[in-house]
Design a protein around this ligand. Structure first.
Ligand code: DGL
Length: 276
């Protein structure tokens, strides 16, 4: 098994499936291993140290399964753990492995979606409080107004598959209204949490015509296409048997049921035990 070299895709739970779906559509030939840390999700309100420890444990688990490249398909983990893993862990322990996040590729293109030069960013408390998006976006678009809103109830609704029911309406409206009240000029919203695209029908219904809702799946997939073509030393090591394997730290039967809905195809996962 470990002789096969897969691309690892990691999220705290189901959200990363929205990114994995786009990646597998654009790059169907590779082998993939998806890991959802559902047992410890949501990550959004955990401390920096906890998110870092959980993320590193999951990344190292994916390395041990034969993934030379891991995508953190999670903004919270990208905001709180990516830099330390890239700068302190990889050079010392895993010089031939790579870990990529979702914030930078998103920040690079986000300015293309707004005509008013004012963009809303909705994310977990962890992502919003880290200020990673304003910092990264301003590297590419120094003049862009970035207005943030944390949405702490959205991931729990999605992890419990309650997000399309009527009860979710209240919390969807609460955060969308709060964001728009901060800056009426906003004409595009970045869904800066990989879970949030599952709420698109409800969010869209609250927005005026012509408003742009930006999901990260295709953006991250396109950036991975470019990364692989620029890094033949990684690309050439990857197995191309179009195999997808799924793992969860939570209950695998619950994962299979929910992930099949979120991923739009049958999912059969294995349960793993994470220690920390
Ligand atoms: N999908 C994760 C993200 O993009 C969700 C974080 C959470 O577990 O709260 O931020």
């Amino acid at each position: 098994m470990v002789n096969k070299k897969s691309i690892g895709v990691f999220d705290s739970g189901y959200g990363g499936l929205t990114v994995f779906k786009s990646i597998a559509e654009q790059l169907p030939e590779y082998n993939y291993i998806y890991l959802g840390d559902n047992a410890r999700s949501p990550y959004g309100d955990h401390s920096f140290e906890t998110v870092y420890n959980y993320t590193l444990e999951c990344v190292e688990w994916l390395f041990a399964q034969g993934c030379p490249l891991v995508i953190l398909a999670c903004n919270t983990a990208s905001a709180k753990a990516l830099r330390t893993i890239q700068q302190k862990i990889l050079p010392v322990k895993y010089p031939n492995h790579r870990v990529l996040g979702v914030i930078r590729p998103t920040a690079e293109v986000v300015g293309l979606y707004t005509a008013s030069n004012t963009i809303g960013v909705m994310g977990t408390r962890g992502t919003v409080n880290s200020d990673s998006y304003p910092i990264e976006i301003h590297k590419f678009y120094p003049e862009l107004e970035v207005i943030q809103q944390s949405c702490p109830m959205w991931v729990p609704l999605i992890e419990n598959n309650e997000h399309l029911k009527e009860g979710a309406d209240y919390f969807v409206k609460e955060y969308v209204d709060a964001l728009l009240a901060k800056a009426p000029a906003i004409d595009a919203i970045l869904l800066a949490c990989t879970h949030y695209p599952l709420l698109i029908p409800k969010i869209q219904a609250l927005l005026p015509e012509g408003f742009k809702l930006i999901a990260q799946g295709d953006i991250v997939a396109e950036s991975l296409v470019k990364y692989l073509s620029n890094h033949p030393e990684i690309e050439s090591t990857l197995t191309k048997e179009a195999e997808k394997r799924f793992f969860t730290s939570g209950d695998y039967l619950v994962f299979d049921r929910n992930a099949s809905i979120f991923f739009d195809e049958p999912v059969s996962s294995q349960q793993i035990n994470l220690k920390k």
